[in-house]
Design a protein around this ligand. Structure first.
Ligand SMILES: [Ca+2]
Ligand SMILES: [Ca+2]
Length: 178
């Protein structure tokens, strides 16, 4: 009996270890919505994404064709989740430039609101951050026409740039990280 407990405790420990480990990239989830939208759709949390993959950054120029290596052209929703590596304490400005609407959250606080129907358009927001890893979420929806999404940051001593690959992490995923 004691051996069984030890085995279970070990398995639980290993499971947690795998999940806790952070590795480069963001988890990207794409949903085909199948009808026109004027703002962010509500996606059933139980619904499986049309496509789930890892993305190194969010840096997609506007295109009238399929978006970012997917087969989705119109009427879709995409979400990127993971962690942002904040290099040092300070005030950060985040920017999303998107077609159509996009939003950005840090640690469940919405920092950028760039919603609604529009061509490539940039909006920004500011937040005070401490050095370390903070949860980040970005989402975008595409109604019709062109679609694109680029996410940048800027801070004291950090000129505005598309957030680089090295700043994104996600918790190791059993399907995406083998
Ligand atoms: Ca389109
Ligand atoms: Ca569009």
């Amino acid at each position: 009996m004691k051996q069984l407990f030890v085995a279970l405790a070990l398995m639980a420990g290993l499971g947690a270890g795998f999940q806790d480990e952070k590795v480069p990239g963001l988890i990207a989830e794409f949903y085909s919505i199948g009808e026109g939208m004027e703002d962010f759709p509500t996606v059933d949390p139980e619904r499986k994404p049309t496509l789930r993959r890892l993305d190194k950054q969010v840096n997609y120029e506007s295109t009238p064709q399929a978006f970012a290596g997917t087969t989705l052209t119109d009427h879709f929703y995409a979400r990127w989740t993971g962690f942002l590596k904040v290099p040092k304490d300070g005030k950060y400005t985040f920017f999303t430039e998107s077609d159509d609407g996009s939003r950005l959250w840090i640690d469940d606080k919405q920092v950028v609101d760039n919603g609604g129907l529009h061509a490539m358009e940039e909006k920004s927001g500011e937040i005070e951050l401490k050095a370390g890893d903070v949860p980040i979420k970005i989402d975008v929806f595409e109604n019709e026409g062109e679609a694109g999404c680029k996410v940048s940051w800027e801070a004291d001593g950090l000129p505005k740039e598309v957030i680089p690959e090295k700043a994104f992490l996600h918790r190791k995923d059993k399907d995406l990280d083998k």
